[in-house]
Design a protein around this ligand. Structure first.
Ligand code: DQA
Length: 137
């Protein structure tokens, strides 16, 4: 089982960024606990702040990996291009969010990813990623 986690803009700042919303842990740190927990899964991780790089990574992985776990962060609410890429690829995509976006500002209630996703997991903190891995097992 080969899964790729793709994180979008500002998620490289996890641990420092708005800790009351996103927690105190860096993603790198959390990623090693995921790798330790799911030893039988080949887990990879990619982060970019650049929309086109996220699209290119989705395309590159999208006919090869068993699953993609995507937190497109702010691009979730704006990017037709990332939404189209999710629909264009063969690999199933699970959309995740750390926060419960529906409890937040109205502009975060819209997702350009959800209609192409296999499922959506949000609001469980970093554990959302753990639940997304489990959804592929
Ligand atoms: C987020 C929610 C988005 O609205 C926000 O722009 C992010 C992170 C989350 O994981 O909760 O950057 O995707």
């Amino acid at each position: 089982m080969k899964l790729l986690i793709i994180n979008g803009p500002n998620l490289n700042l996890l641990g420092k960024r708005e800790p009351e919303v996103y927690g105190n842990q860096t993603f790198e740190d959390y990623f090693s606990t995921l790798q330790f927990k799911f030893k039988d899964v080949q887990l990879e991780y990619f982060q970019s702040n650049i929309e086109g790089e996220l699209i290119t990574r989705l395309q590159d992985a999208g006919f090869d990996y068993d699953g993609i776990i995507l937190n497109a962060a702010a691009y979730t609410h704006t990017s037709v291009g990332i939404g189209d890429a999710v629909k264009a690829i063969k690999t199933p995509v699970v959309e995740v969010h750390i926060s419960n976006t529906h409890k937040r500002e109205e502009f975060r209630h819209v997702s350009y990813i959800s209609s192409g996703a296999k499922g959506v997991i949000l609001g469980f903190g970093l554990q959302s990623y753990d639940l997304a891995v489990q959804s592929f097992l």
